[in-house]
Design a protein around this ligand. Structure first.
Ligand SMILES: [Zn+2]
Ligand SMILES: [Zn+2]
Length: 434
């Protein structure tokens, strides 16, 4: 195996030999179709420039107002830090911490660690704590929710357009640009950064000394492929993270989290997510009430988006995870591939149900006209945020490899092919452990 670079599929554990592919191409798993790795046309310097640009835009997005609102002679400038501070002051500390982490601290941490790692690889000098940094970066990645926040800003602005005079601020444009930049940068995962470090000859190459006749496992944090002792658990030779052959107690963990999410989903829908206080009195609004209100305002498109994000997405996640947990018997490769696609969908839609929670805190910052009109977050918002966190944790605890384990792969050598939409077809010789 000397000189070989081995990559393990995260969804079915099939081992493939990592071969160079053309710029812009994607290498997919021969067995389940999941993306193994990409080859980007952007150079390391290009990525560094993009991250620096994103940090500047991030500063603009948080230092300037998203919008100015004018109502009966009063003016309010709404910004994200202002909205978080107001939510905290209103006594909704859990909600403020949750939205502050997902909309501010984690995206900022993600960008700073990305810049640090890229600059270290570019300088060809890795600091001694590089592996700790990348393990942390790997943890943070799925919890950074700027695109969801951007959609939340748009929904909040539409809800206000009829009630107050609204002037768009520079932060709105900054958030729009940041959404595009962070979506592009989200492709730079920890595994990919380790791949760049491998390319530069700075770290141990994955799978170099692996014996295919012995049990093989891959590190979830860095993608390193190594032999696994009989105990079923060991530490990664490259980043020192704990490696399990399969996620331990995955079944009971997923069930516990799905049941907890289903229970919290009830108060999230019954309790008001926000209260609107006007001179005429106070009214409470639930998630579904908000959808109906948007519909009545004439924004049927946004009403549909909020309905899908807040009702369809969490229910789909809970339902799909239950289907995956109950339907685990091997019914052929085609069915198993469909299950893998379903799991990919759960991972993809994961954070979008956070939309309404962002809308609530943004609206409380925008409608701060004491005595005239005020929006205050309700207990339903924090419950709803908990549903999102619990379902995301449930999806992360599920191990799609267990489904494929029931039918061990029959051949050792395979061919990797890029999907047609990659623009080019590549044939790469792979290795499959039987
Ligand atoms: Zn696979
Ligand atoms: Zn590792």
């Amino acid at each position: 195996m000397a000189g070989r670079r081995v990559v393990a599929c995260e969804h079915c554990a099939t081992l493939h030999e990592r071969m160079p592919i053309e710029s812009g191409a994607i290498a997919t798993c021969t067995r389940c179709g999941y993306i193994l790795y990409r080859q980007s046309g952007v150079s390391l310097q290009g990525w560094i420039a993009l991250v620096v640009g994103a940090l500047v835009i991030f500063a603009i997005a948080n230092c300037f107002p998203i919008a100015w609102l004018k109502l009966q002679g009063l003016t309010v400038d709404a910004s994200l830090p202002g909205a978080l501070w107001m939510t905290w002051q209103q006594g909704h500390e859990v909600l403020a911490i949750m939205t502050g982490l997902f909309g501010f601290w984690l995206p900022l941490t993600q960008l700073l660690f990305l810049l640090w790692a890229l600059m270290a690889i570019h300088a060809r000098r890795l600091p001694s704590d590089f592996h700790y940094g990348l393990r942390f970066f790997h943890l943070v990645g799925s919890w950074s929710m700027i695109p969801v926040l951007m959609l939340g800003i748009m929904v909040a602005m539409v809800k206000f357009s009829g009630l107050a005079t609204l002037t768009i601020g520079p932060a709105l444009w900054a958030f729009a640009i940041l959404t595009f930049l962070l979506t592009g940068l989200s492709r730079l995962t920890a595994h990919r950064l380790w791949g760049y470090a491998e390319d530069a000859g700075l770290v141990q190459v994955s799978g170099q000394d692996v014996f295919l006749d012995d049990p093989v496992a891959s590190c979830g944090a860095c993608g390193f492929v190594q032999n696994m002792p009989g105990s079923g658990t060991c530490f990664c030779h490259r980043c020192n993270a704990r490696i399990h052959l399969r996620r331990p107690n995955a079944g009971s963990r997923v069930w516990a989290l799905v049941i907890a999410a289903a229970i919290v989903y009830i108060p999230a829908n019954i309790l008001p997510v926000m209260r609107v206080r006007t001179a005429a009195g106070e009214s409470a609004h639930t998630i579904l009430g908000g959808v109906i209100e948007l519909w009545q305002l004439g924004s049927w498109d946004l009403a549909l988006i909020v309905f899908v994000a807040s009702v369809v997405v969490p229910l789909t996640k809970l339902f799909a995870l239950t289907v995956l947990m109950l339907n685990r018997n091997w019914r052929g490769r085609a069915i198993q591939r469909q299950r893998t696609r379903l799991y990919e969908l759960i991972e993809f839609i994961g954070q979008w149900s956070m939309l309404d929670v962002f809308v609530v805190i943004l609206m409380s910052a925008m409608a701060d006209f004491p005595g005239v009109s005020q929006v205050i977050a309700g207990p339903g918002a924090a419950s709803f945020g908990m549903v999102v966190i619990l379902t995301m944790l449930a999806a992360m605890s599920y191990d799609p490899r267990r489904g494929w384990d029931q039918q061990p792969a029959s051949q050792r050598l395979r061919t990797i092919q890029s999907p047609p939409h990659a623009g080019a077809s590549h044939t790469v010789t792979g290795v499959t452990q039987s």
